[in-house]
Design a protein. Structure first.
Length: 104
């Protein structure tokens, strides 16, 4: 929800895939991904770094914690890997079928 409040065009089409907060609430590691894949990772991470102060302030206003963690952003390659694996599996399935559609 908060990500939609950021005016930076570098962050359009971005998904937050995971957030891990350490026990001391010192850091929140935020993992992000985009439909276009890793080709945009540097610009997306730069956009998040630029917006981190705004995000931290906005989130701390909405979430009650005794201390609000510093935000760190990381690229998450998991969605790309999953798409690649699905493509490979589909290719294997197609290669295992005869031209008449029967499996070997």
């Amino acid at each position: 929800m908060v990500i939609k409040e950021i005016a930076d065009p570098r962050l359009s089409g971005v998904s937050i895939t995971d957030v891990k907060v350490d026990r001391e609430l010192a850091y929140a590691n935020i993992y992000v991904s985009a439909v276009e894949g890793a080709s945009r990772s540097k610009e997306i991470l730069a956009g998040f770094e630029r917006a981190s102060g705004f995000l931290r302030k906005t989130l701390s206003d909405r979430i009650e914690l005794r201390v609000f963690p510093r935000l760190r952003f990381f690229w998450d390659p998991t969605p790309e890997r999953a798409d690649h694996i699905e493509t490979l599996l589909a290719s294997l399935k197609n290669n295992s079928e005869h031209p008449d559609g029967n499996e070997q």
